[in-house]
Design a protein around this ligand. Structure first.
Ligand code: GLN
Length: 199
């Protein structure tokens, strides 16, 4: 089992560290890898697209060829976790801001995302959110210039909500979150993803 993190920009090492700790606790003798180029996607069994700047991550994924390859691998069932900017890129539909920046979405999930939708006043915040899929204990979610998932359709389902706003969605092999699970010490979400990869 080899889980990679798209390592072109953003919160990369935090995800690698969280995955490594989670694998250690699950007694899986593996280490996460940095995916910097399309060839690094060979023999990968799961991929994380981190938070950062969706425009920058998108541009670098396009120029390296990772964009096209991840779409192909997803069709073959590759498990994918996208957080914040990574979640934006997984969407099929974006708002005006996303269109104006010529961001080319991966289009792998039936959802519409609104970039920076919490607005200036609430640039960043933390909240205890309920995610029944990972247990009863609330998860401390860190939102940083987070997007909002406006709606889902087709086989993309709501996975988590906070105050009536969708903050997590899932479709068979893909999980997208508008917050940063790699910035807390709670490893439950990374463990959940590792289990998706092991299936
Ligand atoms: N605001 C960023 C974007 O739109 C996402 C922020 C993040 O990933 N923390 O790309």
């Amino acid at each position: 089992m080899k889980i990679g993190v798209v390592a072109v920009q953003g919160a990369v090492s935090e995800h690698v560290e969280a995955l490594n700790k989670a694998m250690e606790e699950l007694k899986i003798d593996e280490k996460a890898v940095y995916v910097r180029d399309v060839k690094d996607l060979n023999d990968i069994s799961g991929i994380v697209i981190p938070g950062g700047e969706s425009t920058t991550i998108n541009r670098l994924m396009l120029t390296t060829g990772m964009h096209e390859r991840i779409i192909e691998l997803s069709e073959e069932g590759l498990p994918i976790l996208g957080t914040c900017a990574g979640a934006i890129l997984l969407a099929k539909e974006g708002d005006e801001q996303i269109k104006q920046t010529n961001t080319v979405l991966l289009g792998l999930m039936d959802m519409k995302v609104l970039r920076n939708a919490y607005g200036r006043q609430v640039d960043s915040f933390e909240a205890d959110v309920k995610i029944p899929e990972i247990g009863n204990k609330p998860f401390r979610a860190v939102f940083i210039r987070a997007p909002v998932i406006e709606r889902v359709w087709g086989n993309t389902k709501v996975w988590a909500k906070h105050k009536n706003t969708i903050i997590g969605v899932k479709k068979e092999n893909i999980l997208a979150l508008t917050f940063h699970p790699e910035l807390t010490n709670d490893l439950r979400i990374h463990k959940y993803f590792i289990k998706m990869v092991m299936k």
